[in-house]
Design a binder for this molecule. Structure first.
Ligand SMILES: [Zn+2]
Length: 73
């Protein structure tokens, strides 16, 4: 799950989430190219203020997709 590049701070925030919640988040990321909710793979992340920004690839088209999660910090 934490195979890609997570900054230390981002990893702490991400690990606060229960695994089922993590899965729900990763399985419903909007991809602008597919124009639908897709699964995010090769996930990494960093923090921006109190938000966690997840970055990864769309499992369908391979495009880089990011998802911001607020209110974790
Ligand atoms: Zn896509």
């Amino acid at each position: 799950m934490l195979s890609n590049d997570f900054s230390p701070q981002a990893a702490v925030l991400w690990k606060k989430l229960p695994e089922d919640k993590q899965q729900i988040i990763l399985n419903k990321v909007y991809c602008g190219q597919c124009r639908s909710a897709v699964t995010l793979v090769n996930v990494g992340g960093f923090t921006e203020g109190s938000s966690l920004v997840l970055q990864g690839s769309c499992v369908v088209c391979g495009k880089n997709v990011a998802r911001v999660i607020d209110g974790l910090g």
